[in-house]
Ligand binder design. Structure first.
Ligand code: ADP
Length: 333
């Protein structure tokens, strides 16, 4: 029987939070970023200063939110969570900033999606711990300066290129998160499996890791589906359970999901392997270009299924091969 170490009645969504490492020692991989971060936090601690503003960049699910939480915890500071889309005008940001307690860590996920007016307010806040609040309209409008307590902004974005230069320049440190190796994902999975009360052999964990697109969030999600499968089919051996569960959820042997395959199929079938612009590709499968660029493309490029050329996206020979199609003309390799 599967008995998890998590409290009874934990709802499925809370699992993601429950599996989150809470300190740097538990955080797997990303050695470079972790070392850089450790130095920054240590120096701030020794000199008793509020740590510099930090930006984390990388595809979804690689640990940006987790690291923000770790920054707060390791430096013994309170944490406030917000996101770019939730800040739709300057007033939202002013309210958020003016309610911070001294030294607080403010995390803004998807910071590139914040309203322009808020972004401009943020420049001053990051630099001088001050905002100018506009009151009134037209000729009678005046700005009232408001002092802010010192705080550390931790921003997350899928690509630093999405940020306006003045904003990017105001971060004291940018940590670029990389996709995880299969070995690292196996470590993540074995910790998660223990928390979920699952006893899986190394081989089963390896198999899940290999299909997780280099992403801990996906690894943990697939693990939960394998767990479901074993709850419903307790007699199944674990490797068969892994294969059956992943097949059921459309994750193929190379870790490509439905959307990845839809993108590749469109690239091959409709554009004969490209080159094609990202937005045309997005429209052809009814997805938005941002998702394609942030989520799908980095993985397909890393796995050698797609390349970015000056003329657009192109499929590689591996893509034709993986989808079992014969190329109709010479394509990139
Ligand atoms: P992001 O903010 O980049 O989208 P998250 O920080 O929310 O990603 O991470 C998603 C999930 O993946 C977390 O719940 C956590 O369980 C897991 N995770 C991410 N990075 C790591 C890591 N380095 N070690 C262990 N688990 C991780």
């Amino acid at each position: 029987a599967i008995t998890d170490a998590l409290p009874q009645g934990t709802v499925e969504l809370e699992f993601e939070g429950a599996l989150r490492p809470t300190d740097l020692a538990e955080f797997v991989g990303q050695t470079r970023v972790v070392n850089q971060l450790t130095l920054l936090l240590k120096a701030a601690e020794i000199s008793q200063r509020t740590p510099d503003h930090i930006l984390f960049a990388g595809p979804p699910g690689l640990g940006k939110t987790t690291l923000a939480m770790i920054v707060a915890k390791e430096s013994g500071r309170a944490l406030r969570l917000s996101s770019g889309p939730a800040i739709s005008h300057a007033g939202d940001l002013a309210a958020l900033l003016s309610s911070l307690v001294p030294g607080e860590v403010l995390f803004i996920d998807e910071i590139h999606r914040m309203a322009k007016s808020a972004e401009e307010m943020l420049y001053l806040a990051m630099e001088d711990y001050r905002v100018d609040i506009m009151v009134g309209k037209g000729v009678g409008a005046t700005s009232i300066p408001l002092e802010l307590p010192p705080f550390t902004l931790v921003g997350a974005t899928t690509r630093t290129g999405l940020l306006a230069n003045p904003l990017r320049d105001r971060f004291g440190f940018t940590g670029h998160l990389e996709f995880y190796s299969n070995e690292e994902l196996t470590t993540v999975l074995s910790r998660s499996a223990a928390l979920l009360g699952l006893d899986l052999p190394e081989q089963a964990l390896d198999e899940i890791a290999g299909r997780s697109r280099g992403t801990p969030r996906i690894a943990n999600r697939l693990l939960r589906r394998v767990r479901d499968y074993l709850i419903v089919n307790p007699q199944t051996d674990s490797l068969s359970a892994v294969n059956a569960a992943l097949a059921l959820y459309d994750v193929d042997a190379r870790g490509l999901d439905r959307l990845d395959r839809a993108v590749l199929a469109a690239l091959l079938d409709r554009f004969n392997g490209g080159p094609v612009g990202l937005s045309s590709l997005a429209v052809s499968i009814g997805e938005d270009a941002e998702t394609l660029e942030a989520v799908v493309e980095p993985f397909l490029i890393r796995e050698g299924f797609m390349i970015r050329s000056p003329r657009g996206r192109m499929a590689t020979a591996a893509a034709w091969d993986h989808l079992g199609r014969a190329p109709m003309k010479t394509q990139a390799t």
